[in-house]
Design a protein around this ligand. Structure first.
Ligand code: HEC
Length: 164
């Protein structure tokens, strides 16, 4: 009886150990791939839209910008964004139909999250995701930060303004 109990306790201990190892490995993998696209970003505040119809422009597309609750007061009032502030831009093809300019197929979603660990990119994590939500391989410095630093340093690297 004693022996069986001890055996069972050891098995439980081992299983918990295994779960911890698997969890740590999964988290490490997720960390390597950068931040995940927040699942609920469509319920954040829609703060702006813009259309760049020129296909040769680097930011071609119909943009919808979403801002989370942590970032919203700073977007409205200015200043330095607090940790966890986040923005998503959804890019869509630009389609002109019957005199209206509307959203076509999703091109990509791009994400900025304020994170003090992201020292090489002004304190923001930059990431991009395909229409399937999978992360795209990008160099956040060359593909994102350099432009945000050049054009929006005075507003903590955020370009867009809140539209009432
Ligand atoms: C050529 C300059 C440029 C590059 C490169 C660029 N952006 Fe931006 N980004 C902008 C501009 C301009 C806006 C404002 C767009 C609008 O108002 O619709 C913006 C807006 C954003 C926003 C919304 C918050 C804000 O700053 O208004 C996010 C999130 C974002 N970009 C992420 C990225 C990511 C991630 C990359 C790299 C994959 C990237 N950007 C590359 C110019 C750039």
């Amino acid at each position: 009886m004693e022996g069986r109990l001890r055996y069972r306790r050891r098995t439980v201990g081992l299983s918990i150990g295994l779960i911890v190892v698997v969890l740590a490995a999964t988290l490490a993998l997720a960390g390597e791939m950068g931040a995940a696209l927040p699942k609920d970003f469509r319920s954040w505040t829609h703060t702006k839209s813009m259309v760049i119809p020129d296909k040769s422009h680097g930011l071609y597309g119909f943009h919808n910008i979403y801002t989370n609750d942590a970032a919203l007061p700073t977007l409205k009032e200015g200043g330095t964004y607090k940790e966890g502030s986040a923005f998503v831009v959804s890019f869509y093809d630009v389609v002109v139909e019957g005199g209206a300019t509307v959203t076509g197929k999703k091109i990509q979603d791009v994400l900025m999250v304020k994170d003090k660990e992201a020292t090489g990119t002004g304190g923001w994590i930059y990431a991009a995701y395909g229409p399937d939500g999978k992360p795209l391989q990008i160099d956040p410095v060359k593909a994102c930060y350099e432009c945000h630093e050049k054009g929006a340093k005075a507003t903590d690297f955020v370009f867009s303004k809140y539209v009432d």
